[in-house]
Design a protein around this ligand. Sequence first.
Ligand code: CP3
Length: 359
Amino acid sequence: MSKKLLRVLRGERVDPPPIWLMRQAGRYLPEYRELREQAGDFLSLATIPDLATEVTLQPVRRFMLDAAILFSDILLVPWGPGQRLEYVSGTGPVLSPIRSAADLLRLSPARLSSAIGSVAQTVRRVRGALGNASSDVALIGFAGAPWTVACYMIEGRGSRDFVAPRMMAYRNAALLDGLIGLLTETTISYLTAQADAGAEAIMLFDSWAGLLPPSQFRRYILAPNCSICAAVRQRFPGLPLIGFPRLAGTMLGEYGVATGVDAAGIDTSVSPEVAASLLPSGVAVQGNLDPLAVLVGGEELEAQTRYILTALDNRPHIFNVGHGILPNTPPKHVEELVRIVRQGPSRPFGRDPAGQTAT
Ligand code: CP3
């Protein structure tokens, strides 16, 4: 019998739905903090295959989740070709910003191959470890989508509004087109290597898709996501693809139709029923519990979780959070969440926490 997550990605409804969580590996786990300290810096943790394999497996072992997600980061794609990158505690990623054609020319995409090599090695080791346990756990590989990676490359750090890349879309579209084109090509190689090494599904994170107006959304989100999905499909026809155009609002429907993804991740702001109605019926919905509800725990966690289970009961659904697990989340609450999801949706309680019954 094939793995639950893969069945849902083929369009099957599975009850209870499979569950995994964005940022399931990370600082909220003491065993992660311990290895992170041993490694010294985040990039070593992400690029030394033995360490990255162990961190990938930590949450799967602890919570018996239905999927492992490769432990890596979307910013290895600019770091590999030579953009300076540092993860500063309390600030997040800091990069040497790309603001001109000369900055872009200094990157050498051929140098990405060593980062790709270490990530492929991690994928092989995780598959080996999961295979030995003859488990039902699927391994998800991933990359950032070009616009989201470009946001960090251009801004040079995390931001709430990423003004520099958005300005570039108006004032120097040729440069942004060049960068998006380069990222599209390198992302295809990066994902192809993960699939070759044994990733069983691929997720494309477009975390900042929601910053763009519709015409730019089509140019910088739809077009590159479509090219990547088409290229990966051509090489790996059966490999399921999950797209996550975060905060895309009503553009979610266009995204689902144009890219042909097998599942769409939805963020916390989207009503699950509306997401389901915007997407083609065979497309699975992945999401979308508020990470803050996991941090808070208790009755709120239970009510929010049951609401989502009920709202997506008649649909291929992968249970997940709407954005990454927060660093202060008590691991006990994740345990509790998994328990609630495994009880399934067909219990009382299918109420929107604000009082509106799910349909
Ligand atoms: O468990 C998993 O989800 C797999 C590993 C994973 C990480 N980052 C590890 C990580 C994945 C899938 C990502 C994706 C990622 N990285 C995204 C897309 C998803 C999203 O969150 O919107 C983005 C935008 C990034 C870029 C990035 N990396 C930021 C903004 C930060 C700093 C924020 C923070 O939490 O500190 C990182 C660092 C990072 N990536 C950490 C982890 C576990 C924390 C690093 C640490 O140990 O200090």
